[in-house]
Design a protein around this ligand. Structure first.
Ligand code: FAD
Ligand code: SF4
Ligand code: SF4
Length: 652
C-alpha cells in the first residue's frame, strides 16, 4: 500500500516554536519516505489549525496523519475528530509529542531540540504507516448510578442524577447521610445555618422516587467496566430492623450504656443504641455492639423489651446485596488530621485545646452547650481564645505539604462567631498567609478584622502547654520579629483536611488513582476535573482535595452532568487500542490472567487459551510484557511497529 502521510508541526505559540525550529522540522520531514505533505502552523488545535489538517487530508489524499504538538492526553481526541471530519479513520491519526517530550525539557539547547523533534516525528510516521483502521468498541450502558458517600457532595450528585431521570443508589457508611456539613454551625461567607440548608436536601434525597438510600452500608466487591459495573454492597448489621422501626426513640432513651458521641466529636455522649443526631436521615437507630451490655455480656436487653414494634434484633448479621450500575460517583469526603499527631500542641491531651470540628459543635445551637461557647475543662466561658491555622497543612514535618484551602476561612468564621457570643472576649488568629480565594471571602475576612476585632497575628506557634488552668501559647510575630506569649483560656486547631480514612482501600477496590496524599486523582486537572482516568468513575467533593461547600456542590453537579451525558447514549464507545491474544501461539500458561490489573484477561477452558475481554481491557500492556510466549500484542502497537519506531529513532 502506498503511504501518503501528512505531518503537521504546531508552534504552540512559543511553547514549541521558541525552542524548536519548526519551519526546518516541517521542511526536513517533507522528504521523509511516505510523507506526502508537511507544514507548520501557530496553533494547530485552533479552528483554522484543524481546518488546515482536514483540507490537507482531502486535497493530498492522505492515508495517515502525524500531528506534532503537545501531549496526546490533551489533544489526541481533538485531532482524531478532525480526521473523522475529513473521512479519515481516527486511528490513522497519531500525535508526536514535541512539547512535553522536547521543547519544554531542552530549552537550553535549541539545535539539539530541533534534531530530537525530527526524530520523535519520524518514529510516529513509522507507527502510522502500520496502523490499522479501527472501530471503537460499543458496550451497552446500565442507566443507573452508584454514589458512594452521603455528604453534601454525594447528596447533590444523587439529586442531580435522579432529576435527570435516572435511578441512583446512594451508599453511606454511617447511620445517616449528611457528612461533615451536618456538624457545622453556621457557614462562611454568608453565615447561614448549616442544618437549615442541608437538612431539606437530605430529606429530598431520602424521599426522591429515583434514589435508593443505603445507609450503614459499604461497597464490597466491584467487578465490570464502564456502563456495566456489578457491585456487592455490604449492609452492616445494625441489630435493628430499620424497615420496621418507627424511629420512636424509646430504645435510645432507656438504654443504660453510654459512650462518646462521634457526631459531637467526643464533647457529649450517646447511647449504645442511637441515631447520630436529631435530624438524622433516616431517623432510625443502629446498635453499637461494642458498647451494648447485652451483646457484650448477655445482660440488659431493655431495648428489645421496650421496642413497641419488635425491631431490635440481636442476631442480625451483615448482609450483601448485588447491584448493577453504569457509572460510579465517589464522594467520600475528608477527615481531619488526627490531633494525636501534633505533639507540640499537646497531642490531644490538653482539654482546652480543641479541634476545629469540636469548636463547630460548641458553636452549634444543637450542640452539647446549645451554642454557648464553654471550655471543655470546666465549662467556663473562655475570654481569650487563640485560633491556629495550617496545623499539619503546609508542614513537611507532618508530611502534608499541601494547603488545606479552607482553614483560614473557617477559623475566621470561628473567631467571628465567638465574638458574636462573647462580646468582651478576645480572639487571636495566627496565620501563615490569609487565603481568601472565593466569592465574598475577602470581604468576610475584612469584616472579622475590622468589625469584630479579631486580632490577626502573622506567625507560627511553636508550642502549647498547660499552666495554672490556662493554655500558654508560644509563638513569634513574623512581621515584627517579636516573641508572642498568650495565656489563653482555649485554643482551636485548624487541622489539615486529609482524605477519608477508608478512601485508599476503596480506591484500590475501584481501581482508581489517588495522588501522593490519598486524594482521588482527576483525569486532567483543567480539562477533565471531575472524571477519574478509569472510565465510568466520577469524583465529587473533598475526596478529590480540600474543598468548601460551594466547590463541593459545584463539583458534584458537574460529576452528575457527566453521568447524565454517559446515560444519554444507548451505548458507550471504548477505545479499541487493546490487547489481543494469538490463539495459535498461546501456551495457556495464564500469566496474563494473573497480571492483568483490570481482570480483563481470562482463560478459555474449552480452547485452553487466554482471552481478552474487549469491554474491560484498558490497553495498559501488562499482559503483553508478561506473556512468556509473546502471544499477546497490542492493536496498533505491535512488536513490528515498535522495532520500526526504535530504528527510526536510532538511524543516525
Ligand atoms: P464529607 O462532608 O466529608 O462527606 C463525605 C461522606 O462520605 C460522609 O458522610 C462519610 O461518612 C461518607 N463516606 C466516606 N467514606 C465512605 C465509604 N467508603 N463508603 C460510604 N460512605 C463513605 N465549608 C463552607 O463552605 N463553609 C463553612 O463554613 C465550612 N466550615 C467548615 C468548618 C470546619 C471545621 C471544617 C473542617 C470544614 C468546613 N467546611 C466549610 C468544609 C465542608 O465541611 C466541606 O466542604 C464539605 O463537608 C465537603 O462535603 P463532602 O460531601 O465532599 O465530604
Ligand atoms: Fe442499650 Fe444494649 Fe441494653 Fe439495648 S441491650 S438497651 S443497646 S445496652
Ligand atoms: Fe489487562 Fe492486558 Fe488489557 Fe492490560 S492490556 S488491561 S493487562 S488485558
Amino acid at each position: 500500500m502506498e503511504h501518503r502521510i501528512g505531518v503537521f508541526v504546531c508552534h504552540c505559540g512559543t511553547n514549541i516554536a521558541g525552542v524548536v525550529d519548526v519551519k526546518r522540522v516541517a521542511e526536513e520531514l517533507a522528504s521523509y519516505p511516505g510523507v506526502a505533505f508537511s507544514t507548520d502552523y501557530t496553533y494547530m488545535c485552533s479552528d483554522p489549525g484543524q481546518n488546515l489538517v482536514k483540507d490537507a487530508i482531502k486535497e493530498h489524499k492522505l492515508t495517515g496523519v502525524v500531528v506534532s504538538a503537545c501531549s496526546p492526553t490533551l489533544h489526541e481526541a481533538t485531532f482524531r475528530r478532525a480526521g473523522v471530519g475529513a473521512d479519515l479513520n481516527p486511528y490513522m491519526v497519531e500525535i508526536a509529542n514535541i512539547r512535553e517530550q522536547c521543547s519544554w525539557v531542552h530549552q537550553e539547547d535549541k539545535p539539539r531540540a530541533t534534531e530530537k523533534a525530527i526524530k520523535i516525528i519520524k518514529t510516529m510516521i513509522e507507527k502510522v504507516k502500520q496502523d490499522e483502521a479501527l472501530e471503537p468498541i460499543a458496550v451497552p450502558v446500565t442507566k443507573r448510578a452508584l454514589v458512594v458517600g452521603g455528604g453534601v457532595a454525594g447528596i447533590q450528585a444523587a439529586l442531580d442524577i435522579a432529576n435527570s431521570g435516572h435511578e441512583v443508589i446512594l451508599v453511606e457508611k454511617e447511620a445517616s447521610i449528611g457528612g461533615h456539613m451536618a456538624q457545622l454551625s453556621e457557614t462562611f461567607p454568608t453565615l447561614d445555618c448549616s442544618q437549615c440548608i442541608l437538612t431539606p436536601k437530605m430529606v429530598d434525597a431520602a424521599q426522591h422516587p429515583r434514589i435508593k438510600l443505603m445507609t450503614y452500608c459499604e461497597v464490597g466487591d466491584v467487578a465490570g467496566y464502564v456502563g456495566n459495573f456489578k457491585i456487592k454492597i455490604k449492609k452492616k448489621a445494625a441489630y435493628v430492623n430499620r424497615d420496621v422501626c418507627t424511629g420512636c426513640g424509646l430504645c435510645s432513651e432507656k438504654c443504660p450504656s453510654k459512650t462518646d458521641s462521634e457526631f459531637e466529636e467526643g464533647l457529649a455522649t450517646r447511647k449504645a443504641i442511637y441515631t447520630p443526631f436529631p435530624q438524622a436521615v433516616p431517623n432510625k437507630p443502629v446498635l453499637d455492639a461494642e458498647h451494648c451490655l447485652y451483646m457484650q455480656s448477655g445482660k440488659c436487653g431493655i431495648c428489645a423489651k421496650i421496642c413497641p414494634v419488635d425491631a431490635v434484633d440481636y442476631t442480625q448479621k451483615d448482609e450483601f446485596v448485588d447491584v448493577e450500575v453504569g457509572a460510579i460517583v465517589v464522594a467520600t469526603g475528608y477527615d481531619l488530621y488526627p490531633i494525636i499527631n501534633i505533639g507540640e500542641y499537646g497531642g490531644g491531651k490538653i482539654k482546652d485545646v480543641v479541634t476545629s470540628l469540636q469548636f463547630e459543635r460548641l458553636l452549634s445551637a444543637s450542640g452539647p452547650t446549645s451554642g454557648v461557647v464553654r471550655r471543655p475543662s470546666d465549662g467556663e466561658i473562655p475570654k481569650e481564645v487563640v485560633f491556629l491555622t495550617c496545623v499539619g497543612s503546609r508542614d513537611p514535618e507532618h508530611h502534608k505539604a499541601y494547603c488545606s484551602k479552607i482553614c483560614c476561612m473557617y477559623l475566621t468564621k470561628h473567631a467571628m462567631l465567638y465574638k458574636h457570643t462573647v462580646h468582651d472576649g478576645q480572639a487571636y488568629l495566627f496565620y501563615m498567609d490569609v487565603r481568601t480565594g472565593g466569592k465574598g471571602y475577602e470581604e468576610f475576612y475584612q469584616r472579622a478584622a475590622e468589625e469584630d476585632d479579631v486580632l490577626y497575628v502573622r506567625g507560627k506557634v511553636s508550642k502549647l502547654y498547660e499552666e495554672d488552668g490556662k493554655v500558654i501559647v508560644w509563638g513569634v510575630d513574623t512581621l515584627t520579629g517579636q516573641k508572642v506569649e498568650i495565656a489563653a483560656d482555649m485554643v482551636v486547631l485548624g487541622l489539615a483536611m486529609e482524605p477519608n480514612a477508608q478512601a485508599l482501600e476503596l480506591a484500590k477496590k475501584l481501581k482508581i488513582q489517588v495522588n501522593e496524599w490519598g486524594f482521588l486523582s482527576e483525569a486532567h486537572p483543567k480539562l477533565r476535573p471531575v472524571e477519574s482516568l478509569a472510565p465510568g468513575f466520577y469524583l465529587a467533593g473533598a475526596a478529590q482535595g480540600p474543598k468548601d461547600i460551594p466547590d463541593a456542590v459545584a463539583q458534584a453537579s458537574a460529576a452528575a452532568s457527566k453521568v447524565a451525558s454517559l446515560f444519554a447514549e444507548k451505548e458507550y464507545h471504548r477505545e479499541p487500542i487493546i490487547a489481543l491474544v494469538d490463539e495459535d501461539e498461546c501456551a495457556g500458561c495464564r500469566v496474563c490472567v494473573s497480571v492483568c490489573p483490570y481482570d480483563a484477561a481470562e482463560f478459555d477452558e474449552e480452547k485452553k487459551v487466554a482471552h481478552i475481554q474487549e469491554a474491560i481491557c484498558e490497553g495498559c500492556g501488562a499482559c503483553i510484557a508478561a506473556c512468556p510466549s509473546g502471544s499477546v500484542t497490542q492493536k496498533n502497537l505491535t512488536d513490528d511497529q515498535l522495532f520500526k519506531m526504535v530504528t527510526a529513532a536510532l538511524e543516525d
